[in-house]
Ligand binder design. Structure first.
Ligand code: RIB
Ligand code: CA
Length: 307
């Protein structure tokens, strides 16, 4: 059993990634820490708590930061729905998180399991940055960190060059990327190329017929419409789940280690993950950047987790 901590701004694709980790026999989810992003923190918290309950799991869920370190919160409710879960009428309320702040939970669990924790981040990196600012030595005590964020090579989804998780809190991302944490970055380019689902591909998963199989498809209702209308995709894409798949089975993606910097400017200079592919900066490569993925292996893993 590998010990995972999952940090999430729980909306429709995050929820599928949570299901994968909670249902996989080799993964022991020690905690879920929640951050504002796709939806405001209270909603993200309820979405995470609902998903844990649906999986029949008992995992502590901690509330974290309600806004980025320095900037105002920008949500993505136009992408995932007002409730973040496709606005299909799920009872996403009245569940109680575990007491304590996410940043403190991260510190305690990482220190109590030094060297054994795999950290998977699915939202803005505010909670992670806060924990690292409080105790920089945490960076050496995490076995590996898988980040859904940024762009390896390709176009962004918030600006032509920026991906949502990094763009929402670029200062937090800069702190995390420069912290010494051993990071694998699965950018939105990987999702856009290897984790999209048209109507038939979505129906194939839903036809598995279990409550989880229907859940992981039905909550994509808003994302599906948005992806087709705005992202030039044939249907919804699943960036957090393909990142979780890489965390569960590293061979699902291929990687190259490069120096990566995060821009913290405004406008088009906000939240870019600048990948130094040719090494022209002469700076130490510090991030394993996903360059491709095995879509069939990803889909098979997803199907196994919802069957
Ligand atoms: O850009 C995609 C990322 O932003 C995903 O994690 C999605 O859930 C949103 O948080
Ligand atoms: Ca997310």
């Amino acid at each position: 059993m590998r010990k995972f901590i999952i940090d999430t701004d729980t909306a429709s694709d995050d929820a599928v990634a949570l299901v994968m980790a909670l249902r996989h026999p080799d993964i022991d989810v020690k905690a879920i820490t929640v951050v504002a992003g796709n939806v405001p923190l209270p909603q993200a918290l309820q979405n995470a708590l609902y998903t844990v309950e649906l999986c029949g799991a008992s995992v502590p869920v901690y509330a974290g930061c309600a806004k980025p370190l320095l900037r105002d919160l920008e949500t993505a409710q136009e992408v995932h729905g007002d409730d973040g879960m496709g606005d299909i009428g799920l009872p996403l309320k009245d569940r109680a998180p575990t007491a304590g702040h996410a940043a403190d939970a991260l510190r305690c669990l990482i220190n109590d399991n030094a060297g054994d924790i795999f950290l998977v981040t699915l939202g803005p990196l505010t909670n992670i940055a806060l924990a690292l600012l409080r105790e920089p030595a945490l960076a050496e005590r995490v076995a590996h960190c898988y980040v859904m964020g940024g762009i390896g090579s390709g176009h962004g989804n918030v600006t032509p060059t920026a991906e949502f998780n990094i763009w929402v809190d670029p200062e937090a991302a800069k702190i995390v990327y420069e912290s010494g944490l051993d990071i694998t970055m699965v950018g939105w380019d990987i999702s856009w190329k290897y984790a999209t689902f048209d109507a038939e591909q979505a129906a194939e998963i839903r036809r598995i017929g279990t409550p989880l199989a229907e859940f992981v498809v039905d909550i994509q209702a808003t994302l599906d419409e948005f992806s087709k209308a705005e992202n030039a995709l044939p249907g919804f894409d699943l960036p957090d789940p393909i990142t979780m798949a890489a965390a569960i089975d590293r061979n699902i993606c291929q990687y190259q280690k490069r120096h990566v910097e995060v821009t913290t400017g405004g406008g088009l200079a906000r939240g870019i993950t600048v990948v130094d592919w040719l090494g022209v900066t002469g700076r130490e490569p510090q991030i394993h950047v996903a360059t491709s993925a095995n879509r069939d292996a990803f889909v098979q893993l997803l199907k196994r987790c919802v069957s």
